[in-house]
Design a protein around this ligand. Structure first.
Ligand SMILES: *Cc1c(COP(=O)(O)O)cnc(C)c1O
Length: 392
C-alpha cells in the first residue's frame, strides 16, 4: 500500500488522517438519516494522497468514492480498494469494458456514448454500472433537455442486459454562494427530470444525488440519498462567502513544511533573488528555504506571503525561484530550523484560506497545486504511517 520510501529533501507535506476521519464523521452526523456519503478523492484526494484518504473516509463512514477520471479509479482498485467508485467525468466509450472489468461506475449523458460503448461490451458478462448526469445549470456535462434524456433512457432500457442504471445526479453551480435563486431553479429542474425518469423507469434508481460539500452543509433538503463531499472532508470551507455559516467543525488535514538551508546577514543595499527586486534597507538576516515554484509554491506567493519560523511570521522577500526562496528573519536562524508554509507553529497559523486569498484564488487550488516533487508524509494518531515520494 503506497510507497514506503525515505526522502532526502527538507521540504514535505503532512496529511493528518485523523482530521479526515473526524471531518467525515462530523459531516455525516450533520446529514439527515439515510444519506450516504461519497468521498470525493479525485486529483490524488485534492493533493492529500488518494489511497490513504479513501481508506480513512471509508473507515469513517463513507460508502462510495468519487474520482474525476478512469485512471484514478483504476489506481484505487490497484491498491486493493473494493468500495464502489463513480467516475464523475467523461470516460471514452472504448474504455467501457475496462470500467466494467474493475467494477467502476461511469457517468453517462449521451445516447451516442451508449451506442459507441456497445461493441466493446460482451453479453452475459455482467452489466456496466451507470449514473445518469443531467445538466440543470452548471453548463459542464450532462444532458439538458427532456428529449435527450428520454432518448438516452430508452436506449439504455433497450440494452438493459449490458447496462445497470444505478443512479442519477446533477451538480449545483452556486451552492457556495449566499443567494439561493439559482440553486433553487436548478433543484426545480432536477425534480422535473426525476419525475419523468421515475415514470419512464417505473421505479427510481437507488442512488440520487446532487450535493457537493456546500450543498451537503447548507442545503440538507437537497441531499436526496447521497452527497459527494470533497473540500470539506479535507477540513476546508467551500467558499469565503459562506465560511461563517458552516457549523460543522472542520479540521485542516494538509500542512506544508520546509527547513532553513542557509542564513546570512545582509548589509544595506544588498539585493535578494532574480532581478534583485528586494534591497536590504539596513543590516538584516535572510534565510533560504528549499521550496520554489516547481514545488507548486508559485511566484505570486511572494506578494505579501508569510511563513512561520519559530512560531513567528516571516515575510517572503524577493522573487521565488524554481527550487528556493528567501525570507526575512529576526535573528540568525540555524540551518535545519523548521519552516511552516501552511499549518501552525505555536499560536500562529497560516491556513490554506490565507494562501488562497493572497493568490486571488480558492482554497481548493492550494493543496492541489503542491506538486509531485513534494513528498507526502501521512500521519495517523501522531505516527508516520506512509511516505509518498514521487521523485525517488
Ligand atoms: C469535485 C466534485 C465534487 C466535490 O465538490 P466539493 O465542492 O469539493 O465538495 C462533487 N461533485 C462533482 C461532480 C465534482 O466534480
Amino acid at each position: 500500500m503506497g510507497k514506503l520510501r525515505e526522502f532526502y529533501r527538507d521540504t514535505w507535506a503532512e496529511v493528518n488522517l485523523n482530521a479526515i476521519e473526524e471531518n467525515v464523521q462530523a459531516i455525516k452526523k450533520s446529514l439527515p438519516d439515510g444519506v450516504a456519503y461519497m468521498a470525493v478523492v479525485k486529483a490524488n484526494a485534492y493533493g492529500h494522497g488518494a489511497v490513504d484518504v479513501a481508506r480513512s473516509a471509508l473507515k469513517a463512514g463513507a460508502s462510495y468514492l468519487g474520482v474525476a477520471i478512469l485512471d484514478e479509479a483504476l489506481a484505487l482498485r490497484q491498491a486493493g480498494i473494493e468500495a464502489p467508485i463513480l467516475v464523475l467525468g467523461y470516460v471514452r466509450p472504448a474504455d467501457a469494458a475496462l470500467a466494467k472489468k474493475y467494477n467502476i461506475t461511469l457517468t453517462v449523458f449521451q445516447k451516442d456514448w451508449v451506442k459507441d460503448a456497445l461493441p466493446h461490451l460482451e453479453e452475459g458478462n455482467g452489466k456496466l454500472n451507470l449514473h445518469l448526469k443531467i445538466d440543470t445549470g452548471m453548463g459542464r456535462i450532462g444532458f439538458r433537455t427532456e428529449d435527450e434524456g428520454r432518448e438516452l433512457l430508452g436506449f439504455l432500457r433497450h440494452n438493459s442486459s449490458l447496462f445497470e442504471v444505478e443512479g442519477a445526479y446533477t451538480h449545483f453551480a452556486t451552492a457556495d454562494e449566499k443567494g439561493r435563486s439559482y440553486i433553487d431553479e436548478q433543484h426545480r429542474t432536477f425534480e422535473q427530470f426525476l419525475g419523468w425518469m421515475k415514470a419512464e423507469l417505473k421505479t427510481a434508481p437507488p442512488c440520487i444525488h446532487s450535493g457537493n460539500s456546500a450543498t451537503a452543509l447548507r442545503y440538507k433538503e437537497y441531499s436526496y440519498n447521497m452527497v459527494r463531499v470533497g473540500i470539506s472532508m479535507y477540513g476546508l470551507a467551500p467558499s469565503e462567502e459562506v465560511k461563517e455559516e458552516i457549523e460543522v467543525p472542520l479540521k485542516e488535514a494538509f500542512s506544508l513544511h520546509s527547513r532553513v538551508t542557509h542564513c546570512k546577514k545582509l548589509s544595506e543595499g544588498d539585493g535578494v533573488s532574480y532581478g534583485a527586486t528586494y534591497r536590504a534597507e539596513k543590516e538584516e538576516w535572510v534565510a533560504t528555504i528549499p521550496i520554489g515554484y516547481a514545488d507548486g509554491w508559485i511566484r505570486a506567493n511572494a506578494n505579501g506571503g508569510e511563513v512561520l519560523v519559530n512560531g513567528r511570521r516571516a515575510p517572503i522577500i524577493g522573487r521565488i525561484c524554481m527550487d528556493q526562496l528567501m525570507i526575512a528573519v529576526h535573528e540568525n536562524v540555524p540551518v535545519g530550523t523548521k519552516v511552516t508554509l501552511i499549518g501552525s507553529q505555536g499560536a500562529e497559523t497560516v491556513s490554506a484560506d490565507e494562501v488562497a486569498r493572497r493568490l486571488g484564488t480558492i482554497n481548493y487550488e492550494i493543496p492541489c497545486m503542491i506538486s509531485y516533487r513534494v513528498p507526502r508524509a501521512i500521519y495517523k494518531n501522531g505516527e508516520l504511517i506512509h511516505l509518498h515520494n514521487e521523485v525517488f
